[in-house]
Design a protein. Structure first.
Length: 168
């Protein structure tokens, strides 16, 4: 997955609309479905917990289906890209201990994966205005650059491929 520049204002606007739409859809859908089920299948004991749960589950599944169906729509490009980037970075994070150990030994694939993780994290943190941790990231990047220089490696995030994680 290549790192691309994202229009921050457009991303935030679209993300907020997707979140608001999901929240409204879940609330309205859950209530509508559960009330319909309660009307169709009343319970003499007065408890309708299972119908309420069914309403929430059905609404959530419906929203998931809609989001999946429209994930290629131009409105969703930035939102889906960031979601997929977060998944890719999470895969790297789960293997970070092994990657750092291999990186200290000069493994170019490990160093490349770490570099990609740092570059992707920087992109995400800038989109989310998470500037507090940027100083720590700069320190980690400097350490990584010194290790790469020690082994005469040039790291480019565009060279990263998720398949290299299988080695760790």
């Amino acid at each position: 997955m290549q790192l691309i520049e994202i229009n921050k204002a457009r991303y935030r606007k679209h993300l907020n609309r997707v979140i608001a739409g999901c929240a409204v859809g879940l609330a309205v859908g859950s209530l509508a479905i559960s009330q319909t089920l309660i009307a169709l299948f009343p319970d003499e004991s007065g408890t309708h917990f299972h119908w309420n749960v069914a309403g929430v589950v059905i609404s959530a599944l419906g929203l998931a289906w809609l989001l999946n169906k429209y994930r290629t729509h131009p409105f969703m490009i930035e939102v889906v890209y960031v979601w997929e980037l977060k998944q890719a970075l999470n895969k790297i994070t789960r293997k970070m201990a092994k990657l750092k150990a291999a990186g200290r030994e000069g493994n170019s694939d490990a160093l490349l994966a770490i570099h990609y993780s740092y570059a992707g994290s920087k992109l995400l943190w800038q989109l989310d205005d998470n500037t507090i941790t940027m100083d720590d990231l700069a320190i980690k990047q400097a350490e990584l650059d010194s290790v790469a220089a020690k082994y005469n490696l040039t790291l480019d995030a565009n060279d990263y491929d998720a398949s290299i994680l299988k080695n760790f």
